[in-house]
Write a protein that binds this ligand. Structure first.
Ligand code: WQD
Length: 327
């Protein structure tokens, strides 16, 4: 009998890469997505698709009348800046949505959930690289919702025996090297898609948010992790929990950082285009640098990133934007 996996948010950018990874592991995959940011182009014919919303408690309960060996939960809003303007939307979609999911899971036989958490739970770094023991002090409401959900998962482990993996992504980037996933984010705010839109002529120029940070070139440094590397960590975390019945909280990053200008220069090299940008003031809440220690993921799962060098991140992204290039 094939392992049955439910991917909530499986039509999204990261979700579709997770779906592909579980399909390649010969699992029976069901995608559940409200398509608010998920895209049809990201759906795989080999995976069953159910259009639905984690706000619909009855639909979720009906869904869980079927057997799932695990739930991969990636449905949630993720714009840190927006979360500070309309926190109620993030509380409702992220926290309440997860509560509805846990209610439906509790009534079923399913006892494994892999959750898309974020490095945003840490807030400003006290030391580097950030390991899982770093203080958790989110500085935006989005990061707060991710941490609150982690705490609910811990309680549902204690009360209902639902084992979890909370995977704290650093900066997800890149696309499937085989080009099977093509959905581009609409109105992106993250650095690499913004740079790609400039390269593809979709926007005139971009802003570099500050070049007066205490970093080698003055611009912000982040730990960019390839989305396919993230996806393999989801499969490995599921397999680990299935074997050990132990819950996990893991950082997923490379342990290395790249600056904004590093990314722009790499994009100019790969695309052969000169990219217009102007230096503006810092963005509120931006730390100078953030990069992960993923030693725990290596030790526990044997996971290490293989596609997350800057060239691969930019090249695999450009392969999707290049198609849109006017010339
Ligand atoms: C990266 C760097 C910016 C855009 C965010 C969320 C976090 C997580 C990852 C989900 C920074 C600079 C960016 C631009 C720029 N999301 N930048 N001009 O802020 O590290 O993290 O995405 O889990 O929760 O907060 O990512 O891509 O926005 O910024 O100069 O137009 O690029 O200042 O140094 P960030 P980002």
């Amino acid at each position: 009998m094939k392992e049955a996996i439910l991917v909530v948010g499986g039509a999204g950018y990261i979700g579709s890469h997770v779906v592909q990874t579980f399909l390649k592991a010969d699992c029976d995959v069901t995608v559940f997505d409200n398509m608010s940011s998920g895209q049809e182009i990201n759906l795989f014919s080999q995976a069953r698709f159910i259009r639905g919303d984690v706000q619909d408690r009855d639909q979720l309960k009906a869904l869980f009348s079927e057997r799932f060996d695990a739930v991969i939960h990636l449905a949630g809003l993720k714009a840190a800046g927006e979360s500070m303007v309309i926190p109620e939307r993030y509380a409702y979609q992220n926290i309440n949505g997860t509560m509805n999911l846990l209610e439906a899971i509790s009534l079923s036989e399913t006892r494994i959930i892999v959750f898309s958490s974020s490095a945003a739970v840490y807030g400003m770094p006290h030391y580097m690289p950030l390991d899982e023991n770093h203080p958790v002090e989110p500085i935006n409401f989005y990061g707060f919702t991710k941490y609150e959900i982690e705490r609910f998962l811990d309680w549902y482990d204690r009360l209902k025996g639902i084992k979890f993996a909370s995977l704290r992504y650093f900066n997800a980037a890149g696309y499937d090297p085989e080009g099977n996933i093509r959905g581009l984010e609409k109105n992106p705010a993250n650095l690499i898609p913004v740079v790609m839109e400039v390269a593809a002529g979709m926007r005139e120029s971009m802003e570099v948010f500050g070049n007066d940070f205490p970093t080698p070139d003055g611009t912000g440094i982040r730990d960019y992790i390839h989305v396919s590397d993230l996806a393999s960590a989801h499969l490995m975390a599921y397999q680990h929990i299935r074997q050990t019945k132990q819950s996990l909280t893991l950082n997923l990053g490379t342990g290395k950082g790249h600056s904004v200008l590093d990314v722009i220069r790499m994009a100019e090299k790969i695309t052969g285009k000169k990219l217009n940008f102007n230096i503006t003031g810092r963005r509120a809440g931006d730390p100078a640098e953030l990069y992960a220690s993923s030693a725990t993921a290596l030790k526990t799962l044997g996971w290490e990133p293989t596609l997350s060098d800057l060239e691969s991140l930019v090249k695999t992204t450009w392969q999707n934007y290049e198609r849109l290039c006017p010339e």
